[in-house]
Ligand binder design. Structure first.
Ligand code: HEC
Length: 99
């Protein structure tokens, strides 16, 4: 790849990231501060959601919402899931699984 083509790729990267962020489901915007919009958190101690299976994410979110997953930092997630509907959970899980 020529230097010119390579630099074009680097110029386009921020635009690709921006386009991706604007497609994020509204229900997932509350999660971004900790998990990042693509599910790859910058903070140690916050789990990576990116590429995780949607079914696993859905089950984890329902467990937090229903207070069945406790201990560790689960109380943080109980707060962020308490108002989510089953539909919200499906959409959010699909988003992070696909990223
Ligand atoms: C204030 C920071 C914070 C916010 C905001 C937050 N999370 Fe979390 N999340 C965490 C932490 C810390 C954990 C680990 C909790 C534990 O110990 O069980 C976690 C765990 C999870 C898990 C379990 C991951 C696994 O591997 O089992 C999922 C799924 C998840 N979060 C999704 C979300 C979603 C979806 C939102 C938005 C609705 C959200 N989180 C908002 C900090 C946050």
């Amino acid at each position: 790849m020529s230097i010119l083509k390579l630099s074009a790729v680097f110029w386009l990267l921020p635009f690709a990231a921006q386009a991706q962020n604007s497609n994020i489901p509204p229900q997932a915007t509350n999660c971004v501060s900790c998990h990042s919009s693509d599910g790859n958190p910058l903070v140690a101690g916050v789990p990576i959601l990116s590429g995780q299976r949607a079914l696993y994410l859905e089950s984890a979110l329902r467990s937090y919402r229903e207070g069945r997953r406790t201990g560790g930092s689960a109380d943080v997630m109980q707060t962020y899931t308490k108002d989510l509907t089953d539909e919200d959970i499906k959409e959010i899980a699909a988003w992070f699984a696909a990223n």
